[in-house]
Design a protein around this ligand. Structure first.
Ligand SMILES: Cc1cc2nc3c(=O)[nH]c(=O)nc-3n(C[C@H](O)[C@H](O)[C@H](O)COP(=O)(O)OP(=O)(O)OC[C@H]3O[C@@H](n4cnc5c(N)ncnc54)[C@H](O)[C@@H]3O)c2cc1C
Length: 333
């Protein structure tokens, strides 16, 4: 079946929730990147399962998208189907447990900010580490988002996912493997919700630690500029930002992209940067840090799409491999 036939079927089924040539630069924090062939918002589990059944068994590539705060989309855009789980998937409920803890059931489309605020309002402690982390709960679980004070891996009780064959699975935390900034799992899946464990706390103290963290971010990060947060993982040797700073890279520019002078592990889109500008700058930073410190920096930010928009007939097999490889890298590095 041709991709065009699949796209038409998706449009028939999803109506306004299927957008052709969807500009990704409008949807990601970095404000770069070309369009996705088709972006679909399934909004709830049954429709997501229906979408997966339309796609599974075909060679059309897929990419899961939510808050767009950890992504660089290349300038040629994304071939295939982008599944947007940032809309819908918004359930949130609190259950008091016999052991005195409270379980929060939260949909993957909720923002981490919603999660942190809802807990603070109820005087429930345990997720203050999420204060100021952009993006959604689903993206946060997939990337094990967090800070040195905590992360999703430390707060989760279970995770619900739709597998690529459309099957809905519920995993206990103990059956999942997380690493620094990632959930390690074989096969492809879409996180639809999670359950987190909270404990009673002091409302004022919780609010204060959240406010302090957000104030710290405004002071120490280019928080309101277009970026994807930390570009590199912190290597064992030292924080990536310090290595970049010591290599003299603060303020280095390629086109409209610049190594932030506020936090050197951030690259900011200062003036209408292209994805190519950012990716070139990343390579410059990697090479210089290797030269000066002998350290290989690993990327935390996820890169998707292709440099130029090439006809589907020519690129189909190639792109399928490339998309799959990106997901694999993300899962195993
Ligand atoms: C200013 C700034 C500060 C930041 N600070 C931090 C920080 O302190 N700590 C931190 O960890 N991160 C930080 N980040 C990075 C980013 O906010 C996190 O990585 C965030 O968790 C990404 O979530 P998202 O919803 O935006 O995911 P996206 O960027 O949309 O996607 C990220 C990855 O997750 C996958 N994905 C998304 N949703 C799902 C889903 N439902 N199921 C399966 N896979 C999915 C995508 O395919 C992609 O591979 C920061 C970013 C910015 C811009």
């Amino acid at each position: 079946m041709s991709w065009e036939t699949i796209y038409n079927r998706i449009e028939d089924e999803f109506g306004e929730d299927a957008v052709r040539n969807a500009p990704m630069s409008e949807r990601i924090n970095f404000r770069v990147g070309g369009p996705a062939d088709i972006l679909v918002r399934p909004r709830h589990i049954a429709r997501l399962q229906r979408l997966m059944r339309l796609i599974s068994g075909t060679d059309v590539p897929t990419f899961i998208f939510s808050g767009g705060s950890n992504l660089i989309v290349r300038d040629g855009g994304i071939r295939g189907v982008v599944i947007d789980v940032s809309q819908g998937f918004d359930e949130m409920s609190f259950t008091r447990m016999p052991d005195g803890t409270t379980h929060l059931f939260i949909g993957a489309g909720r923002t981490v900010a919603d999660m942190v605020d809802a807990c603070a309002e109820r005087g429930l402690a345990g997720v203050e580490w999420g204060a100021g982390i952009p993006g959604t709960v689903g993206g946060g679980i997939k990337g094990n988002a967090g800070t040195r004070d905590g992360d999703f891996a430390g707060s989760l009780r279970s995770v619900q996912m739709v597998e690529f064959d459309g099957h809905l699975s519920d995993y206990e935390r103990r059956d999942l493997v997380f690493r620094y900034r990632g959930l390690v799992k074989i096969g492809r899946f879409i996180i639809v919700s999670g359950v987190l464990v909270l404990r009673d706390g002091d409302k004022a103290a919780i609010r204060k630690s959240i406010d302090d963290m957000i104030a710290w971010r405004y002071e120490r990060q280019p928080y309101e500029m277009a970026s994807a947060g930390s570009i590199f993982k912190n290597p064992p040797e030292a924080p990536a930002g310090r290595l970049i700073d010591q290599a003299g890279l603060k303020g280095t520019r390629v086109g409209g992209a610049m190594v932030s002078d506020v936090h050197t592990n951030f690259i900011v889109n200062e003036k209408e940067a292209t994805a190519r500008d950012i990716l070139e700058l990343i390579e410059i930073v990697k090479a210089k840090v290797k030269e000066v410190h002998g350290v290989d920096l690993l990327q935390e930010v996820i890169v998707v799409g292709e440099d130029d928009r090439t006809p589907q007939k020519v690129s189909a097999g190639h792109m399928l491999q490339r998309n799959d490889a990106e997901e694999r890298n993300d899962d195993v590095d």
